[in-house]
Ligand binder design. Structure first.
Ligand code: HEM
Ligand code: HEM
Length: 182
């Protein structure tokens, strides 16, 4: 499979980035859920530290993905009604915005609650805002709300991909998979 996109499908770099981010998002929601149910203590702090590191990794991958997308534009959408093409473009843009907003609100929330953020204890990151309990509370709500929007958007995105593949039969799902539809 070529590294770069072709007019008919995504190349291996775009595919690898897409599926790596999907996998890391699953890890990210799992870590948040585990941390939520732990009492305050080293276990919770360690799980949240991992959540923060994976989240910063997603931020880096989002930057890399946008840079790669600029260098290697996506293939044109297969023929579909204009409203569906518009919905696809809007939802892809919303995904990119969320891939920045989730980590940045998490990072700001940690700074506002006076917890330092590091990337797997290897790189110490700067505080984005000064400690501020009211701001922490607000950012927590924003972080949680965006995570719900992400789940809703991803569910629609999955349903749309399955509908295009198996109802419209336009091969769309396999444009993002390394093998071809039979
Ligand atoms: C794409 C990346 C991320 C996703 C999808 C994500 C998702 C979540 C979710 C679903 C929760 C649970 C919210 C709740 O119901 O209370 C959460 C909590 C949290 N996240 Fe993230 N997060 C991401 C990135 C980050 C980053 C980069 C940081 C910090 C550097 C961070 C810091 C936190 C903290 C501290 C909490 C716990 C808040 C609390 O209970 O006080 N997150 N995250
Ligand atoms: C099991 C879940 C998922 C499936 C089956 C899936 C499938 C697909 C497919 C088939 C495409 C290509 C559409 C086309 O041919 O034009 C695509 C594109 C895309 N997906 Fe997903 N996806 C999933 C989850 C996610 C998640 C969780 C995100 C959140 C970041 C996401 C973000 C995107 C983005 C941003 C694009 C557009 C890529 C670009 O053109 O730059 N996907 N997805």
């Amino acid at each position: 499979m070529p590294l770069r996109n072709t007019p008919a499908r995504y190349g291996s770099v775009a595919q690898a980035l897409h599926w790596l981010v999907v996998a890391l998002l699953v890890v990210q929601f799992t870590l948040a859920r585990i941390a939520e149910h732990l009492p305050l203590g080293p276990g919770k702090i360690g799980t949240l530290a991992r959540h923060k590191s994976v989240g910063i990794t997603i931020l880096g991958l989002a930057l890399l993905r946008l840079a790669w997308r600029w260098f290697d534009p996506p293939p044109p959408l297969p023929p579909m009604p204009p409203w569906q093409a518009r919905a696809a473009r809007i939802s892809h843009a919303a995904f990119y915005a969320i891939l920045f907003a989730m980590p940045l609100t998490g990072w700001m929330m940690s700074s506002a609650s006076n917890y330092p953020v590091s990337w797997f204890s290897l790189v110490q990151l700067p505080d984005l805002v000064a400690p501020d309990p009211a701001l922490k509370k607000l950012l927590h709500e924003v972080h949680e709300t965006i995570s719900k929007i992400l789940i809703a958007l991803a569910s629609l995105h999955l349903l749309a991909a399955l509908k295009h593949q198996y109802v419209d039969r336009n091969g769309l799902l396999f444009r993002m998979l390394p093998w071809r539809s039979r």
